[in-house]
Design a protein around this ligand. Structure first.
Ligand code: ADP
Ligand code: MG
Length: 340
């Protein structure tokens, strides 16, 4: 059965949830479902817009089917309970229901925003001032990520136990780093982790790719909270975001030197923010923590690319995958060199 017919079958439950959320009379409300068409995705569409209307009011809902939607709903409820109402950094959860083996997540629809991926794609054709624009837009994103870290949940002090062990495990499997070099990188990384200062932990998003960042001219909202952690290594969240962004810039055929410039400027912004990533907050400790987090993020992104090998030669060329891998390998080697 298709998702669409399952949605129609569940229309009554969906209606109850929406009417309760928006305080509408059930017997006089109407629910309508329409499919969201997303270019570039193959297979069955898993995202829908729902509309509920009554008494002259009409509300739009964003709905998506996934096997982790229930988990994402719990995460969003946690965010809602642990942040004050004035901070709107995430879509408000409306509800979720089981649909076949998966779940349907219902969220308040965010209007007037565009995802960062689309905004960056449009810059492909604007060569003159795009570096400045990219840096400025993404400084705003970085600031929002700090605000989320600062304002939601509690900040705690912790060691690099989990992330350190994972980075060491993963870096050993990366084929793009030549074997003798891999050994050296692993050793240096091990030392850097062993001598690392204590870090600050708290609520992290965990998947800050460009598609999960929605922008209006002056505000940022983060979506897709499936991988949220309550005690994540805060700095990795910002570094993951910069790494994914840098990968996008390479796809936009921006010259490597310029991409490096964008990356350097955003990392400088990260160092200059008043937010301390290390437990002591000392400048030197902060720098160390940022360098390690950068390295962890790049290892994670690179390993993701290697795991999801794209068979189609055409897609590889379009995505400039080799260019991205080369950039990450060089960057990891450099980071590890300076991390100790
Ligand atoms: N609440 C929302 N309102 C409007 N658009 C949304 C909302 N949540 C997500 N989107 C849009 O849908 C896209 C995919 O949503 P996301 O939650 O990231 O799903 P996926 O798990 O498939 O990545 C996002 O890039 C964003 O453009
Ligand atoms: Mg997403």
């Amino acid at each position: 059965m298709s998702y669409e017919s399952m949605l129609i079958e569940k229309r009554d439950i969906i209606k109850s949830i929406l009417c309760q959320h928006y305080n509408l009379p059930r017997d006089r409300s109407e629910v309508r479902v329409s499919r969201r068409n997303i270019l570039g995705f193959a297979g069955e569409n898993k995202q829908y817009s729902l509309y509920v209307s009554a008494l002259g009011h009409k509300y739009k809902i964003f709905a998506k089917v996934s096997d982790k939607a229930g988990h994402e709903y719990d995460n969003l409820r946690f965010l809602e309970m642990n942040s004050s109402l004035e901070y709107v950094y995430f879509p408000r959860p409306v509800g979720f229901i089981n649909i076949g083996k998966e779940q349907l997540l219902l969220l308040e629809h965010i209007d007037g925003f565009q995802n960062l991926s689309k905004i960056l794609c449009r810059m492909f054709f604007r060569r003159s001032d795009r570096i400045e624009k990219i840096v400025n837009i993404n400084k705003l994103v970085l600031r929002t990520i700090h605000d989320v870290h600062r304002n939601i949940g509690q900040i705690q002090i912790g060691s690099l136990g989990y992330e350190g062990a994972r980075a060491l495990d993963v870096v050993r499997t990366i084929r793009a780093i030549p074997a003798p070099m891999r050994e050296k990188v692993t050793k240096q990384l091990y030392l850097a982790i062993k001598n690392a200062p204590k870090v600050r932990r708290g609520v992290t998003h965990g998947d800050l790719g460009a598609r999960n960042i929605l922008l209006s001219p002056d505000r940022v909202i983060l979506v897709d909270w499936e991988k949220m952690q309550k005690r994540g290594f805060l700095c990795v969240d910002s570094c993951m975001f910069i790494s994914y962004l840098v990968m996008r810039c390479l796809q936009l055929c921006i010259r490597e030197r310029r991409v490096q410039d964008i990356s350097d400027r955003l990392y400088r912004d990260l160092s200059n923010t008043k937010f301390a990533f290390s437990a002591t907050g000392k400048l030197q400790d902060n720098e160390k923590v940022i360098r390690l987090a950068k390295c962890f993020a790049e290892i994670e992104v690179l390993s993701g690319y290697e795991k999801r090998t794209i068979r189609s030669v055409f897609k590889n060329i379009v995505l400039l995958r080799n260019r991205q891998i080369k950039y990450l390998v060089n960057s990891i080697i450099r980071d590890v060199d300076s991390a100790e």
